[in-house]
Design a protein around this ligand. Structure first.
Ligand SMILES: Cc1ncc(COP(=O)(O)O)c(C=O)c1O
Length: 412
């Protein structure tokens, strides 16, 4: 007990004395601790009733028929791709401005990613370039059967244009919603707000430690309205076992199971789901705090030269602000983006970059992509910085970040 106290004390003390600002700190309270304890006392640690509870609560929260809890968004995307019926040799549109998970799950099955440039206003996938890539593929006889839009930083892609494209080119949609949780978009087509696009097969969430809510470090969920997809994904997530196999140790469950397909070990544990249940109750509260923090950031950032924010368009989107990304006009600043990140680090302010687009990574360059193939994403990459943001960030911390930025940028 004393060691824990000493560690926590030292950590806080260091943070206060150095005015350090972490990039992210999860908000874990008594509720998470109580739930964990309840699982530990109950004695069933892996997939069980807490996973079921979490899945039901999350499905209700998003407004979908089914959720299947898994151990990461990467697993959620992988199983969605398999269950969708997209086949080896086919191609899928994906933004280059994304984390590698969105694309690696395609490579696992010899499905070809077709990378798409981004829209500079909010860094989501460019509607114009997506259409252009589909027409080029059609001309070359490449069979494109899917699209994975990525909801960037907590702002969803305007799915109306994706739905139009899907109708025109007969595509399946899998949403990468790793950065969302509380996000919504207003559909002009359907005249409604949506958390999940009604046409998408599945939507894949991440509960990694820095995300909108966490299941204790790692975790994910697949949301779907399809009974068939939910059953398939559930089975695939646990070795292809018949779907109620986890109940085999209970009095009600059958001691025997059948292996119905080639599967994976992607199930979530009850310990993780119990943390998720406590976090989900607070999800809207966390979002409210992140939105307030961004408003404070924007107020302090006003008047600082060479910095701009991405468009959030609140009349059409509920932005959950998993990340707060700013753009630096590096043509006019004293320091480059990389120097700025380094200098902020020296001053104990931790920032990040989301992301170095895929086409600039060596693996993808070996596939023939060049910087000039995606001019918007290449340009944006040199300008973007994700500033510290988490529900409990204080006004003083935000002021300290902005003030330090200002001094470094203006030499003041
Ligand atoms: C857009 C996007 N998709 C997928 C993932 C993968 O999430 P996970 O770490 O839960 O597998 C991430 C992770 O940061 C992400 O940013």
């Amino acid at each position: 007990m004393y060691e824990v106290f000493e560690y926590t004390y030292n950590w806080f003390f260091t943070e206060i004395m150095t005015q350090s600002v972490p990039f992210f700190r999860p908000s874990i309270g008594q509720e998470e601790q109580d739930n964990i304890l309840s699982v530990l006392k109950n004695g069933w640690l892996t997939t069980g009733i807490w996973c079921k509870k979490f899945e039901q609560a999350f499905a209700e929260y998003i407004g979908v028929k089914h959720c299947v809890a898994v151990n990461s968004a990467t697993a959620a995307l992988h199983l969605s791709v398999i269950a969708s019926g997209i086949r080896p040799g086919e191609a899928v549109l994906v933004p280059t401005m994304t984390f590698v998970s969105t694309v690696e799950v395609l490579y696992y099955h010899n499905i070809h990613p077709i990378l798409v440039d981004c829209d500079p206003k909010d860094l989501t996938m460019s509607a114009q370039d997506a259409r252009c890539k589909l027409l080029q593929a059609r001309e070359k006889g490449v069979r494109v059967t899917g699209v994975i839009p990525v909801h960037y930083a907590g702002k969803m892609v305007q799915m109306d244009w994706v739905e139009s494209l899907v109708e025109e080119f007969d595509l399946k949609i899998i949403e990468d919603a790793a950065h969302c949780c509380c996000s919504k978009y207003f559909s002009n087509r359907h005249k409604k707000w949506f958390k999940k696009c009604p046409t998408s097969l599945t939507q894949c969430y991440s509960f990694y430690c820095t995300k909108c809510i966490t299941t204790g470090g790692e975790g994910g969920i697949v949301a779907t309205d399809s009974d068939e997809l939910a059953n398939k994904i559930r089975s695939l997530s646990l070795h292809g076992l018949s779907t109620n196999a986890w109940e085999r140790f209970s009095e009600q469950g059958d001691a025997f199971y059948d292996i119905t397909t080639l599967g994976y070990k992607y199930n979530l544990t009850d310990v993780a789901a119990a943390i998720g249940c406590a976090q989900l109750v607070k999800a809207d509260h966390f979002t409210k705090h992140r939105i307030q923090a961004v408003a404070i950031y924007k107020k302090f950032l006003q008047g600082i030269p060479h910095i701009s924010c991405l468009q959030d368009e609140p009349e059409h989107f509920l932005h959950s602000y998993h990340l707060f990304v700013i753009k630096l006009n590096t043509m006019q600043t004293l320091v480059s983006r990389d120097q700025l990140i380094q200098q902020l680090k020296i001053k104990h302010i931790v920032t990040s970059v989301h992301w170095k687009p895929l086409h600039l990574h060596s693996f993808y360059q070996k596939q023939g992509y060049t910087a000039s193939s995606f001019p918007e994403a290449t340009h944006a990459f040199n300008q973007i910085i994700s500033l510290p943001l988490f529900p409990d960030i204080t006004e003083e911390q935000i002021y300290h970040v902005v003030n330090t930025l200002k001094k470094l940028l203006t030499g003041g």
